[in-house]
Design a protein around this ligand. Sequence first.
Ligand code: ARG
Length: 290
Amino acid sequence: MTTITTRRFLQTTGLLFAGVLLAACGKKEPAPAPAASAAAPAASVAAAPPPAKVYAVGTDAAYAPFESQNEKGEIVGLTVDVLTAVAAKAGIEVKFVNTPWEGIFNSLAQGDRDMLASSITITDERKQTMDFTNPYFDAYQLIAVKATSKVSKFDDLKKLKVGVQTGTTGDEVVTKQQGKNSTNIKRFESTPLALKELEAGGVDAVVADNGVVINYVTNNPGAKFKTVSDKAFAPEQYGFAVKKGNTELLEKLNKGLADIKADGSYDQIYAKYFGAAPAAAAAPASAASK
Ligand code: ARG
């Protein structure tokens, strides 16, 4: 019994083995055909590569020195330089598209823009509707007033007319202070417009991001402004925004950001606009006491 069984076993396995061989041979023969035909499309792909995706970046380019338009209409600034360097590291192509601040978050949600780079403060509320990269810049709110103003702290603005850019974190802090229904809050579509109104005397103060306020005050000495800082303002951080759930793009951007921070190119860009490396320029009080 044992012998027979063994023989049968051998016969069976032998048959099976032969079958496997046949199958293998059978497979081998037609194999060259698909391989050959696959080579053709591969060659044509090499001849005409599909156009690389160009990511449309929404930015409200009225926010010097972060994002603004130069005489040629090109969008320039720290945000632009940082994202351009990040994109180069990430191996992606970006195109900046001037986008009004008031519709900017919607343009991302609707898919009209692939990402936003517009000095956007990372907030818990915004995180509900979009995803942010790691921070690329530290900021805080700063008050601009006429040089003759008695305002010396944020609290002094309670009963004054205050200009803000609609829907910014500056708008948020002043709305929180004066109440949603305050008629003393004047909202503008851009921060420079709010500052022009301060110059014209239409508002008593403007609350906006420090970098933009300082840039305006420095470049418009004729306006005779001074800035007032207050520790009551929470620290803010700018991030690039992508559509909620776009982790693929988010990871590329975070990787690129880490790369430019590690190799010194971030510091170089920072110094181009602020004259010193981030750590050295971290003392805001001196700039604010202008
Ligand atoms: N950091 C502020 C915010 O996120 C203001 C940003 C405004 N940016 C601009 N490009 N206008 O609310």
